[in-house]
Design a protein around this ligand. Structure first.
Ligand SMILES: Nc1ncnc2c1ncn2[C@@H]1O[C@H](COP(=O)(O)OP(=O)(O)OP(=O)(O)O)[C@@H](O)[C@H]1O
Ligand SMILES: [Mg+2]
Length: 268
């Protein structure tokens, strides 16, 4: 495993990592989907997570976002343990995500999908909508215009009123990113955001991820199979194989790591 440079270690000493996994383990029956994984992610990093199918990448995201809880070990956010929190509590702390299997409200418009996400931060809250109570008009207007801005950012504002299910895959993924950004996160987890995109869209997505990191001061975790995208975009990359962390480091080191080549990258 590549060692961090001494200068990096020293400059990182006084900083609490944004996220830290300590011996994180998750079992499903007899299967150990995530096995004693430890790593930390620094503020502002684009941190890649790669590995073969079934390696435990999505399970790791599910552990970070509280969809499931660890069998052993801990997940920390800004130094505080979050492993026992529920998904909405973790979202409220500033950790947002997109899903590998897109989870939009198919029958709602693009705009409504983004508006709903913002309720976590509005006074009237999500229950106003659920109970059919009218939200405060000014708040509603603010939510609507903010949602529209986010759709503009991801290039979907001209179809704001179209049903989410009408969008092609690539656009649904961008809509999910807009919805995640509506939570005003400090950490954004993207699970295979380039799946279903053509090479041109993949390049645009890569530029877009860099842009939003800058614009919203984000720390980004990215699961992605498209190796050139990961290598070109990420500051550091962690590699999972059968639930275990087999390498972590900068793209060049990971690319030349023998265990990674054997498990995932191959000799091509
Ligand atoms: N809720 C669950 N119940 C039982 N097994 C699960 C559950 N979630 C994941 N697994 C298993 O855990 C392992 C890791 O799955 P996971 O989805 O995390 O892999 P992945 O690295 O995201 O793979 P892919 O690249 O195919 O998305 C797999 O063997 C999967 O079948
Ligand atoms: Mg997955």
């Amino acid at each position: 495993m590549p060692q961090p440079q001494l200068a990096d270690s020293i400059s990182n000493l006084d900083r609490t990592p944004v996220l830290e996994a300590r011996g994180l383990t998750r079992r499903f029956g007899g299967l150990i989907a995530v096995n004693n994984v430890s790593f930390s992610v620094n503020e502002g990093e684009i941190f890649g997570l790669i590995g073969p199918n079934g390696a435990g990448k999505t399970t790791l995201f599910n552990l970070v976002t509280g969809l499931i809880h660890p069998s052993n070990g801990q997940m920390l956010y800004q130094g505080d343990e979050i492993s026992k929190l529920r998904p909405h509590q973790i979202a409220k702390k500033g950790i947002a995500r997109t899903f590998q299997n897109i989870r939009l409200f198919a029958d709602l418009s693009a705009l409504e999908n983004v508006m709903i996400a913002q309720h976590i931060h509005t006074k009237s809250g999500v229950f106003t909508g659920v109970l059919g109570l009218p939200p405060a008009p000014r708040e509603e207007q603010k939510t609507r215009s903010r949602a529209f801005e986010l759709l503009e950012l991801v290039g979907l504002s001209d179809r704001a009123d179209e049903k989410a299910s009408n969008f092609p895959y690539g656009d649904q993924r961008r809509l999910e990113i807009a919805r995640a950004l509506a939570l005003e996160p400090s950490v954004l987890l993207l699970d295979e955001p380039a799946a279903g995109m053509n090479p041109n869209e993949k390049q645009q997505l890569s530029d877009f991820i860099r842009q939003i990191r800058q614009q919203f001061n984000l720390t980004i975790l990215l699961i992605e199979h498209h190796v050139p995208l990961v290598m070109g975009l990420c500051d550091r990359i962690a590699v999972l194989n059968f639930g275990q962390l087999i390498a972590i480091g900068n793209p060049a080191d990971v690319k030349s790591d023998q265990a990674v080549i054997e498990a995932y990258l191959g000799t091509d």
